[in-house]
Design a protein around this ligand. Sequence first.
Ligand SMILES: NC(=O)c1ccc[n+]([C@@H]2O[C@H](COP(=O)([O-])OP(=O)(O)OC[C@H]3O[C@@H](n4cnc5c(N)ncnc54)[C@H](OP(=O)(O)O)[C@@H]3O)[C@@H](O)[C@H]2O)c1
Length: 336
Amino acid sequence: MVEAMKAIRFAQHGEPSRVLETEDLPVPEPAEGQVRVRVLATPVNPSDLLYVRGYYAGVQARFPARVGFEGVGVVDALGPGVKDLTSGQRLSVVNGQGGNWAEYAVVPAGDLFPVPDGIPDEQVASFVINPASVILMVRRLLAVPRGEWLLQSAAGSELGRMVIRLAKRDGFRTVNIVRRRESVAELEALGADAVIVSTEGPIDEQVRATVGPEGVKYAIDPVVGETGTQMFRALHEDGRMLVYGSLTGEPIRVGEDPRYILAGRRIVEVFWLGYWLPRLTDAERRQLREDIVALMREGTIETSPGRKYSLDEIGEAVVQAEQKGRQGKVFLVPGK
Ligand SMILES: NC(=O)c1ccc[n+]([C@@H]2O[C@H](COP(=O)([O-])OP(=O)(O)OC[C@H]3O[C@@H](n4cnc5c(N)ncnc54)[C@H](OP(=O)(O)O)[C@@H]3O)[C@@H](O)[C@H]2O)c1
């Protein structure tokens, strides 16, 4: 029985490359209803880095705090009362308190998603956060009808690429905002119907030139700031925009131009997966899992694997994860 493990922790909020430390800690024991998993791979997601910086309001860090909300692992030990899981079974591991950036993690059994064989580890490692957000935002909350336009920013992100492929499959059209011209051809090859470069002219004007003068009815934005502000102005009078990230950390301004607030009924709404997942019924949760598996099998929902790092290389990994123009998702591989 292994008694010690490597894990990443931080003792205060700050720049991830400075505050994150690789430490030797005791292997945790699963309590009632919990499962210990041996972590095979765990992504470096924007939410992990927001959490380390202290900007992730949904989860409060208790110092010294563990990190890593998502990953793939195998069942290592079951706590009392846990049934229906077997030792060695591979699972998608959602760790709501953070702690997957480690060789072992302990999580409630209900936060594990068994995934069928045949789906690669990197896909299982990113099984929930981006895929579930895409499905809930686009299919459930906005329910974008066939033929309609969906406007999205940060379209070259892993999540944005999933949206583009889902649009092809479900029959709606995407108008995609990127910050670099180099992303345009790549996204068009993926199936983007239109790609706008945010630095090449006002976004609202570029969007209306594409979708028509009335504007767009559906939008999703993780960039906020000037991009979110101009996306708001690109909305149709009945338009609805889900804000689901804070990549610039700057405000969206909705009130400065009366043309967009003293007319119509534009809705700007927050989307956070941590709010929606616990509100799903068991049947909805099962359906979501089945939908993700089906969309992964056909390649609609897919994460491109980027560089892989050991836990000892955490400083390099977090810097690489935020490189402009980075290709593929950065993973930590605890056994590397
Ligand atoms: N609310 C929720 O529940 C929820 C759930 C899942 C994901 N998210 C959010 O979804 C977003 C995408 O996640 P991901 O894992 O797909 O990310 P990712 O693969 O790391 O991609 C990040 C993308 O954002 C772009 N970007 C970064 N900083 C930017 C800035 N200041 N201005 C404009 N674009 C910028 C990058 O553009 P370049 O290609 O030009 O470098 C890159 O394409 C993140 O904001 C994340 O927090 C939210």
